[in-house]
Design a protein around this ligand. Structure first.
Ligand code: FAD
Ligand code: MLT
Ligand code: ZN
Length: 487
């Protein structure tokens, strides 16, 4: 190991390889506090050429490489395994890959280093009168490379699509140290396999992304934010459809249930948004594409349709920010109440009502089974009382974040039960956070064996010695059987 550290220091300079155990441990623990691993060092190369040399040095010594951006991932993908089975594990942090080129106005594109944060990219695009299509609550830390590697979604997916829809090209380093990719930004190209889009969503298992060529969008300043009380997720989804049909510029459609609203109000000291309480709340952001009365017209239409009992509309910056606070501060509010089980799933509109109807019972039964299992094994469970269920998310694209407080962080029964329910209703077990280490065993519930074999074949071709982020994304040999499909 000492030799590997010396090799890495020779490549990046001595100040860019961290070996102090306490500091390394910080990088090896993810932001949910549920996942942590063991690494020998953290290396922060400053260029694509240095990344290539680092990868070659690790490869020569059989060391595992864990690419890491902002470490805001929620499924344990950005941290090493608890044991590397005798091999060295190196966290490759992209923090110094932070170059940001001037916006190319002719193409409406920009080239950014993998370590550039989404907040910095957004501000850079705004200076040029443009906008980056992906925005998320972790914007101050989440990076271009991390969001590409997870195919991140976020609050504007309904308008611009996920990260995959923003990527025009990447530069990346393969496991043998070779550099691939293209930053020309040519969207008119049909010359073979599209490596940029293959690497999008690959979670550090195929290559280290070092730079990206990204599409920017015309700026669409929001003209209104509308918060409606609803009878639950299914009604919120229906209401979203109505708003989308009524007006052209729907930028966001987000859902927060009553438990989430209560938590965020308590943690952030916010007033009740509406005079009466509802089972759930739909928050929509509307672009000012026609005139500022658009939103008023929507309100009238909603009242006419009889779908919304109560709503509040903001058309000034302060009022809009005040309504967004109920959604933006939710993740942080939940974390103040414990270590949540965060299950990111997607369910098609046709399965939403049934999924929601079964969710409470499924969570309660799984939490109870977890408690019984702990007691049977003679372990003490921290999970006193009933589990607290909070559901929120990007309802406009069927992406729900089921959060459960109560069950022990190590107990995965609740996570599995919710994912099985989503799969049984035709959904996805990983909507926008990726598979990480948390969900590898569930991939086969929604991806057929032939597709998983094809993924393994790609992995074997690009990373034959399994050095890049092993244990992430691809399922282990003995995956649990799929759930029965709902009829
Ligand atoms: P990391 O967490 O460091 O890494 C994530 C994965 O990408 C790992 O597998 C890692 O190995 C790989 N990776 C990182 N960089 C590279 C690279 N350069 N090359 C190859 N692989 C790489 N996610 C959403 O999709 N939508 C949301 O709305 C959203 N909101 C969030 C809000 C909060 C408050 C928090 C804490 C998280 C949120 N997330 C959300 C999750 C998270 O921010 C995203 O998954 C994000 O894409 C991770 O980016 P990162 O730079 O932190 O990557
Ligand atoms: C969000 O939409 O807020 C995120 O995906 C973060 C989370 O799931 O907590
Ligand atoms: Zn989300």
């Amino acid at each position: 190991m000492r030799n590997l550290v010396a090799d890495l220091r020779a490549i990046t300079g001595p100040g860019h390889v961290i070996t102090e155990p306490d500091v390394v441990a910080g990088y090896a623990t993810d932001c949910t506090r549920r996942y942590s691993g063991v690494a020998n060092c953290v290396v922060t190369p400053g260029s694509t050429a240095e990344v290539a040399d680092v990868v070659r040095a690790c490869s020569a010594r059989g060391a595992l490489i864990i690419p890491q951006g902002g470490n805001t991932g929620l499924v344990g993908g950005s941290i090493p395994a608890a044991s590397s089975e005798g091999r060295a594990a190196v966290i490759l942090s992209t923090r110094r890959l932070n170059g940001l080129e001037p916006v190319d106005r002719a193409s409406g594109q920009v080239t950014a280093g993998a370590g550039v944060t989404i907040a910095r990219l957004a501000a850079h695009a705004a200076w040029a009168g443009l906008r980056y299509g992906v925005d998320l609550g972790s914007r101050d830390s989440a990076t271009v490379g991390g969001t590409i590697a997870t195919n991140a979604g976020g609050i504007h997916t309904i308008r611009y699509g996920p990260t995959r829809s923003q990527v025009a090209g990447v530069t990346a380093v393969l496991a043998d140290g070779s550099v691939v990719g293209n930053l020309s930004g040519l969207t008119a190209s049909s010359s073979g396999y599209d490596l940029a889009h293959l690497l999008t969503g690959s979670e550090g298992t195929l290559a280290v992304i070092t730079q990206a060529r990204l599409l920017l969008r015309p700026a669409e300043p929001p003209a209104a934010v509308l918060l409606c009380g609803t009878a639950g997720i299914a009604e919120a989804a229906e209401l979203t459809g109505l708003i989308r049909t009524a007006i052209p510029g729907l930028l966001a459609a987000e859902y927060v249930d009553d438990a989430g609203l209560a938590l965020v109000r308590q943690a952030a000291g916010l007033p009740a948004p509406l005079p009466t309480g509802y089972q759930g709340y739909l928050l929509t952001e509307i672009a000012g594409t026609r005139d500022r009365n658009d939103a008023d017209q929507v309100l009238e239409q909603l009242a006419g349709a009889g779908l919304s009992a109560d709503s509040v509309l903001a058309q000034d910056a302060r009022g809009m920010a005040a309504l967004w606070a109920y959604r933006d501060r939710l993740t942080e509010a939940i974390a103040t109440a414990g270590v949540p089980h965060k299950i990111d799933v997607a369910v098609p509109a046709s399965g939403l009502a049934a999924f929601c109807a079964e969710l409470d019972d499924v969570v309660r039964d799984a939490a109870e089974a977890g408690r019984a299992g702990a007691a049977g094994a003679g372990r003490e469970s921290n999970a006193g009382g009933y589990p607290r269920l909070i559901v929120f998310g990007h309802v406009g694209v069927g992406n729900l974040h089921v959060n459960v407080l109560g069950p022990d962080p190590d107990d995965t029964q609740v996570d599995e039960a919710v994912a099985r329910l989503a799969a049984a209703h035709g959904g996805s077990v990983a909507a926008e956070h990726g598979v990480g280490r948390a969900k590898t065993g569930w991939l086969g519930w929604t991806r057929p064996p032939a597709e998983i074999s094809a993924m393994w074949a790609i992995k074997a071709a690009l990373d034959p010695h399994g050095l890049l982020n092993p244990g992430v994304l691809l399922p282990p040999e003995t995956a649990t059987p799929p759930p029965e499909t709902a009829t």
